[in-house]
Ligand binder design. Structure first.
Ligand code: PLP
Length: 388
């Protein structure tokens, strides 16, 4: 019956992630630096708000675009923190940023359209574009440029079939943070080519070294062509809550709400109340988690330097993208063997639309002492691989 699969499903291969997870089930004492899921618990006040909401009767559908009080709070925060002018009626609360991205792509991409995406990237984008019938066009970002996205690189791949630009800033897996001046150039380019842009800002609150994060929609002329996507998963350690949102120009709202309704009717209202508590929390817990991620980041970079492994310095996010080609192994072999021999799980760049097979993504999402242990194991593994 496999011949009965739809073409879009038939060409999907069981991912390398599945292979890694299968291998991991037979092993003990694994230090997991693979998945992008914080090791912190969701702050208690947020958990309490979600639990209270369930007890208090938030047990039915909400309006498809979300609870009015949460949409208001999101619009308010976007104005306050990001200097962008979306009204509450331009917000759709979604099941994670993931659903927001899919809604944006389904609303904007026709079969045959080209969707311009930075590489390496979060590879769910590829499947979303495929579901919409579009074609991904890569814009390379480079280690020696700390993986910033460059307007000139985008310009060189644009064609008359380009329909949508999608950027993640900061990016996963590289931590690449696109500087303000470059975003201005990208905005100008989008205007020249009359392109809508989806700006995925899920790592916006996790910026290292106090660097500046700029929302694309805050730039001149961009609010009517930008869909801003964000969510609660990463900054508030709420991955399992599945709450995110998109903020869209008014012309996109009606179809986008219809797609949201079709995909999932609404986002669980009790969990939306938890997200509201997160916005009202003043972000002290986020600052504490970020400080710890930065401490771990310095540890990882220092230990990679010790191992003579190069990387682009991440500007934000929760990852380090390291170039392990000097070990003589390709990235997939490196990850499988590191897991098998030293019980440390990291993911290869090939899982992030990077066919070069030379990089690994290390998350900053284990306690400091277990990260120290993981890096000691990795050093031992690298020395063995190099035969020294
Ligand atoms: C760039 C990017 N966008 C979106 C998501 C999905 O986030 P959520 O958990 O809010 O669906 C991820 C998750 O890793 C991501 O890295």
């Amino acid at each position: 019956m496999a011949a009965r699969l739809a073409a879009r499903a038939g060409s999907v291969k069981s991912s390398f992630r599945t292979r890694m997870l299968e291998l991991a089930t037979g092993l003990d004492d694994i230090i997991a630096l693979g998945r992008g899921d914080p090791d912190f618990e969701t702050p208690p006040a947020i958990v309490a708000a979600g639990a209270d909401a369930l007890i208090g009767g938030y047990t039915h559908y909400s309006p498809p675009p979300g609870l009015p009080e949460l949409r208001e709070a999101i619009a308010f925060q976007l104005k306050l923190n990001n200097n962008v002018n979306y009204q509450a009626k331009q917000i759709i609360v979604t099941n994670g940023a993931q659903e927001a991205l899919l809604i944006g792509i389904l609303a904007l991409v026709d079969p045959g359209d080209e969707v311009v995406l930075q590489a390496p990237r979060f590879n769910a984008f590829d499947y979303m574009v495929k579901v919409a019938g579009g074609r991904v066009v890569d814009v390379p970002t480079l280690e020696e440029d700390d993986y910033a996205l460059r307007a000139d690189a985008i310009r060189s791949v644009l064609t008359e079939r380009s329909k949508l630009l999608v950027i993640a800033n900061p990016n996963n897996p590289t931590g690449g943070l696109t500087p303000h001046a470059e975003l201005e150039r990208i905005a100008k380019l989008a205007e020249e080519h009359d392109l809508p842009v989806i700006s995925d800002e899920i790592y916006e609150k996790l910026i290292f070294g106090g660097a500046e994060h700029v929302s694309l929609a805050a730039l001149d002329g961009m609010d009517d062509r930008t869909v801003t996507v964000n969510g609660f998963s990463k900054a508030y350690a709420m991955t399992g809550w599945r709450v995110g949102f998109l903020a869209a120009p008014e012309w996109l709202m009606e179809p986008a709400v219809e797609i949201k309704h079709t995909l999932s009717i609404c986002t669980s209202p009790a969990l939306q109340r938890g997200a509201l508590a997160a916005l009202e929390s003043g972000d002290a817990a986020v600052a504490t988690m970020l400080a710890e991620y930065e401490r771990r980041l310095e540890l990882v970079l220092r230990r990679l330097d010790d191992m003579d492994i190069s990387y682009g310095r991440p500007g934000g996010g929760m990852y380090v993208y390291a170039n392990i080609s000097s070990t003589g192994l390709d990235a997939e072999t490196f990850c499988l063997e590191l897991l098998r021999r030293e019980q440390v799980m990291v993911f290869p760049g090939t899982m992030f639309a990077d066919p070069a097979n030379r990089h690994i993504r290390i998350t900053l999402l284990s306690p400091y002492d277990s990260m120290e242990e993981a890096l000691a194991r990795m050093e031992r593994f690298v020395e063995r691989a190099r035969g020294s």
